[in-house]
Design a binder for this molecule. Structure first.
Ligand code: GLU
Length: 502
């Protein structure tokens, strides 16, 4: 019987969640939904020095905004509670002690200064220092010192760490869902610290212990963790546990495609790399967020899904449910994914066009009468990338023209057009139903009676009203300007346009 899928997103609350982290969360979520599994949120906060207040809440808020909240974990609870590693501290110690008892780990007393001195010494000889099978015999640890020496150091409360005793010879092999086979020789690995001198586990120990206890079946995480994976496999082997299936997601690359995407790229390019706005608690510096920039959650998800995965078809627009259906680990790319903010904007426009105009009107044009606001949104929706641009467009739209398109004037301003505008100046004030249809009807009837073709007048009417030769639907625009304003603008234009006489 196949095991029930359990995946986790395991961020460290060291600052705002990077958009790459959100993609990791999304892929975990999609895989869980696709396989009928469980999506868990575990907070990896064992590095006290890097803890940032507010970061955990930010992670929860970001996932909630996108609608990919965890089934289990911080913010949702579950059978393996607590899901915050700082609250599981005692547990890790037991497992480190188990490895110590079994001779698979050892105690090391080397101070920071002593290790630094070793590094400098090795560097001066042109090599890099590693705490490993070759060097540990000469260092201050429970493998090299006598039992009496170790006991004395412990009795005098000398700070110590617990290190994994990596075998001198051996090969670690595992098949990653994205990278395929990975082989590493243990001689290239160092004896990583498992427990720090402050009594906290390192990321490696806590991560592996928790993945095992929480019955994680698939570890889907960023490529930056690939170098740690052999160590994690070795830890599983040391405990005698079965390792989960790994899938390391491709890096997010700079917009130009060379090098890892950084916050600096975002600042230079003026685009966000965080899901939501973030105010640094220390510097008060504000970083942009997708949410506040006006990206819709569905557009953000669709954009992120394509950063490192593709459905293998031409289809680009996917709702969250469709993503769940189409998603598979097999279709994740090995190559880094170029972060193209123009693509993000394109997705936003597509989703904006599909949005409910009444809802947008309520949120973004609260000061306009509902009917006008809705008409306005319909008029301009395909001209904006972000919904908050609607407010600015209303403002521009309501301004009287300060100049008139000279090219149109030169080519279209003739006796017939002048006559037509005069006819409209006289007839539009009599229009009894001032909406797009009513206005159209009045114009039609008036011009027909005067024997003037609509085509000879309409562009000049637009220039008279807006100053521009082209723009959104003119009848709806006139409805929105209102009867008085329209008449005022036509009369103003007539007084400014050259007087033509036959
Ligand atoms: N705490 C690690 C991070 O911040 C988790 C890496 C993993 O998923 O194993 O990304």
């Amino acid at each position: 019987m196949s095991q029930k899928v359990r995946v986790r997103f395991a961020p460290s609350p060291t600052g705002p969640l990077h958009i790459g982290g959100v993609r990791t969360a999304l892929y975990n979520y999609l895989f869980a939904r696709k396989t009928g599994g469980t999506f868990i949120l575990r907070i990896e906060d064992t590095d006290q020095a890097r803890f940032v207040p507010g970061a955990e809440q930010y992670i929860l808020d970001s996932l909630a905004w996108l609608g990919i909240s965890p089934d289990e974990g911080v913010g949702a609870d579950g059978p393996h509670s607590p899901y915050r590693q700082s609250e599981r501290k005692a547990l890790y110690k037991q497992y480190a002690d188990q490895l110590l008892r079994e001779g698979k780990a050892y105690i090391a007393f080397d101070s920071f200064e002593e290790l630094e001195a070793m590094r400098t010494l090795y560097e001066s000889k042109g090599s890099a220092f590693q705490y490993n099978a070759l060097t540990r015999v000469k260092l201050r640890n429970s493998l090299a010192l006598s039992k009496a020496e170790v006991d004395a150091l412990l009795a005098s409360e000398t700070p110590y760490v617990i290190r994994l005793k990596v075998p001198a010879k051996g090969e670690i092999r595992f098949q990653d869902s994205v990278r395929d086979w990975v082989h590493v020789h243990t001689s290239s690995m160092d004896d990583k610290v498992l427990m720090k001198s402050d009594g906290m586990p390192t990321y490696h120990l806590a991560n592996v212990v928790d993945d095992h206890i929480m019955e994680i079946t698939h570890v889907i995480r960023g490529e930056e963790w690939l170098p740690s994976a052999p160590l994690h496999i070795l830890l599983y082997q040391s405990f005698g546990w079965q390792a989960p299936q790994f899938a390391h997601l491709p890096l997010l690359l700079k917009p130009e495609g060379n090098g890892k995407l950084s916050k600096r790229d975002a600042d230079l390019g003026g685009f966000p790399v965080f899901p939501m706005e973030w105010t640094d608690p220390q510097s008060s510096v504000i970083s942009k967020g997708f949410k506040q920039e006006g990206y819709l959650p569905a557009a953000t998800l669709n954009f992120l899904a394509f950063l490192g995965w593709n459905p293998g078809t031409e289809q680009e627009l996917f709702s969250l449910d469709e993503l769940v259906d189409a998603f598979s680990l097999e279709r994740i790319n090995k190559a880094g994914a170029k972060f193209d903010v123009n693509k993000a904007k394109w997705f936003n426009q597509q989703y904006l066009k599909q949005s409910d105009s009444k809802e947008l009107a309520q949120v973004y044009l609260p000061n306009l009468p509902a009917k006008d606001a809705d008409a306005f949104v319909q008029l301009f929706l395909d001209r904006v990338t972000f919904p908050q641009e609607l407010g600015q467009l209303v403002h521009e739209f309501s301004q009287k023209p300060h100049a008139y398109d000279e090219v149109v004037l030169a080519t279209k301003w003739n006796l017939e057009a002048q006559k037509g505008l005069q006819v409209l100046a006289a007839s539009l004030p009599t229009c009894s139903t001032w909406d797009a249809d009513g206005i159209k009807h009045t114009i039609h009837v008036a011009l027909e009676e005067a024997g003037i073709k609509m085509g000879k007048v309409m562009q000049m009417l637009r220039v008279a009203l807006s100053g521009n030769g082209a723009g959104p639907d003119l009848m709806i625009s006139m409805q929105l300007w209102g009867k008085d304003e329209v008449n005022e603008r036509i009369n103003a234009a007539l007084s400014v346009f050259p007087k033509l006489v036959s």
